[in-house]
Design a protein around this ligand. Structure first.
Ligand code: SF4
Length: 183
């Protein structure tokens, strides 16, 4: 267990625990408010994130920012991270081994921030944390596990490819705000 997000970030930046360290340009630690009420968890950094070392700053990140703003939230109010902190080559899905090696960092982010809600963005986050599938059927649900409340929704990249999901995604983010007020 790390004492602070700063120490955790330093560890992630130098991490060589899995083979993704060989192909990454930069590790991408989570970023945001250390007192955030909600943490958003995506799959893995993409090309733009890999180059800059920051999560969700490409087109999917813009989609997420828009949905947050439409729900009355800003990026500064939340914390955003990924299941794995280094970009898989060609944006392939992280392997089970990579996910397992990186899991400890995510657990530390949860323990240090103690969010009211962890929002799982897309199938990889949903499957890794809750063992779930069929996000189109299960989005918008809140699931309790190991002392945390997990909210399920689409990955913003999926929303870019399928415009029909925009409304559902934006409504899900608004629902998070509503749930936070009730907690
Ligand atoms: S993906 Fe995670 S475990 Fe693998 S090198 Fe990057 S920080 Fe380390």
């Amino acid at each position: 267990m790390y004492e602070s997000l700063e120490l955790l970030k330093e560890e992630i930046i130098g991490c060589k625990k899995c083979d993704l360290c060989k192909t990454r340009k930069n590790s991408v630690p989570g970023k945001g408010n250390k007192n955030a009420e909600v943490i958003f968890v995506g799959e893995a950094p993409g090309r733009t994130e890999d180059v800059n070392g920051e999560p969700f700053i490409g087109s999917a990140g813009k989609k997420l920012t828009t949905a947050l703003e439409n729900a009355g939230l800003t990026r500064d109010m939340v914390y955003i991270t990924n299941i794995v902190k280094c970009r898989p080559p060609e944006n392939r899905k992280p392997t089970e081994m990579e996910t397992k090696q990186c899991q400890m960092y995510l657990k530390n982010e949860f323990s240090l921030i103690k969010p009211k809600i962890v929002c799982l963005l897309g199938n990889t986050a949903y499957k890794t944390i809750l063992g779930g599938s069929e996000i189109s059927k299960n989005h918008g649900k809140l699931v309790q596990k190991d002392g945390f409340s997990y909210f399920i929704t689409f990955h913003p990249a999926a929303v870019i490819y399928n415009q029909k999901l925009v409304k559902d995604f934006e409504n899900d983010i608004k629902k998070i705000v509503k749930l936070l007020k009730e907690k």
